[in-house]
Design a protein around this ligand. Structure first.
Ligand SMILES: [Zn+2]
Length: 451
């Protein structure tokens, strides 16, 4: 729906300055969120994740990863976040970090590593993403226009918390598959900061780079072969730039190995079959079952809605909002931001002055939508009254630029009065596909049931 402004972080490698170069400062980029909002967001997302993944909560493997993680978390560059380390019972090669502290390491990392330094490399890399606040930095860069007002205004009033607010905006930390895809620049930053912290903790940073390259080779050279690379794209030349970084670091003995790695690898081999299958990146978790007519029913906080069986419902079950779209209607940009080019958003409108008036608040919502979408036509739209299932609704047709075909996009906003407030639905489609999708849109609108 909206145009993102992309800024690319330029990483100057030490190489540019030759061997005499000093260590380059690695700092978090611009960010509209406060550090404690990173923490809050990470907690909200970790609850969602732990419902979906087979997360091991305690035991020797978790203790082991935690003991490694704490050595890095104690480094000054780790930023003092409340780090929590957990192991996911999943032989797939993956690891991920949520904003503000939670780190998840798949058992597949332990299974595929050759030594403790390699596991430590992954842990240090993930911690660096958190310390450098890459997730919220990326969201801030992508939503420069919308976020400041959203954070200042809606935050604290939205029941769904920060993640609810973000999903209302279509931000895809959790929407597209699961994880935000980092930029290659962010990957290199995480490698370099991770390397420094590893060295300080007594581990040879080159093991991190070697492990990533081994994994890359295993996946046949194509990024995406191992799950890890679908959220952490390979910046290339890792061994080279990490080696160069090591030459700039103070000389240290890398002798912190605990000697427990072989035993831990054996424990990882003997884990029971995972109870839940981790959704691969790009794959959407937990669709509700199909009804006898092939459709699916989404249960929201105060509504249910049916959608075509081949489409995806993105959102939190019983949450205040859901985005319904065919897979091809979801566009992920290189920076990980998600746009809906074809689909339907259903959300509860949060009135901010406590004086709800159906027509006035509909006008306010429309003004907000127009303001937040740089590509949207600024012509004052006509707000029409209509009826759906015997209820009064307002229907407003807006025009913007489609992320799918670059032509016109029709955004039809329908507001429905409910419980002293309102729900709104946005039907999004490229103008060229309007006719073919109209039947689906009508069915979705007519299936809305309010509770
Ligand atoms: Zn990464």
């Amino acid at each position: 729906m909206s145009k993102r402004i992309l800024l690319y972080t330029l990483i100057l490698t030490a190489q540019l300055f030759g061997q005499a170069a000093k260590l380059k400062e690695i700092k978090p980029g611009m960010n509209f969120f406060k550090k404690d909002q990173d923490v809050q967001m990470g907690r909200e997302y970790s609850q969602q994740i732990e419902q979906q993944f087979d997360v091991i909560q305690s035991g020797p493997l978790v203790d082991y990863i935690n003991s490694l993680g704490q050595k890095i978390a104690a480094q000054p560059q780790a930023g003092g976040f409340p780090y929590v380390f957990k192991v996911v019972n999943d032989p797939g090669i993956n690891a991920f970090a949520l904003p503000g502290g939670p780190v998840y390491i798949n058992s597949g990392i332990i299974l595929n590593a050759q030594n403790e330094g390699q596991v430590m490399g992954v842990v240090a890399h993930e911690i660096s993403h958190i310390a450098l606040r890459h997730s919220t930095n990326q969201v801030s860069k992508s939503y420069m226009i919308q976020l400041p007002a959203m954070i200042a205004g809606v935050y604290g009033q939205t029941k769904g918390g920060l993640t609810g607010m973000l999903s209302q905006m279509g931000v895809g930390l959790a929407a597209n598959g699961l994880l935000m895809k980092f930029s290659r620049g962010a990957e290199q930053q995480a490698d370099l900061l991770g390397a420094r912290m590893m060295a300080q903790a007594g581990y040879n940073p080159i093991e991190m780079a070697r492990f990533f390259e081994t994994l890359e080779a295993k996946s046949g050279g194509k990024s995406g072969g191992a799950d890890f690379f679908s959220s952490h794209p390979n910046p290339g030349n890792r061994v080279k730039y990490v080696s160069e970084e090591v030459t700039l670091l103070p000389q240290r003995q890398f002798n912190a190995d605990t000697g427990k790695f072989q035993k831990m690898q054996q424990l990882a081999k003997n884990l029971p079959t995972p109870k839940k299958k981790t959704p691969a990146a790009g794959e959407i978790p937990n669709q509700p079952p199909q009804n006898s007519d092939g459709s699916r029913t989404w249960q929201g906080a105060e509504f249910t809605i049916k959608y075509p069986g081949g489409w995806l419902g993105l959102g939190e079950a019983k949450g205040p909002t859901v985005t319904i779209a065919p897979k091809e209607g979801i566009k992920q940009e290189a920076n990980g931001a998600v746009q809906i080019g074809l689909g339907v958003i259903v959300a509860k409108y949060e009135d901010d002055d406590g004086k709800f008036d159906f027509k006035t608040d509909t006008q306010k919502l429309i003004a907000q939508v127009i303001q937040q979408n740089p590509t949207m036509s600024k012509t004052q739209p006509q707000i029409n009254q209509n009826q759906v299932n015997g209820r009064n609704v307002y229907v407003t047709r807006l025009v913007s630029k489609s992320p799918i075909d670059g032509g016109n996009e029709i955004d039809t906003v329908v507001t429905i009065e409910h419980r002293g407030g309102m729900l709104y639905m946005v039907f999004i489609a490229p103008e060229r596909q309007m006719q073919s999708v109209q039947g689906d849109f009508d069915n979705i609108l007519n299936s809305l049931s309010l509770q």
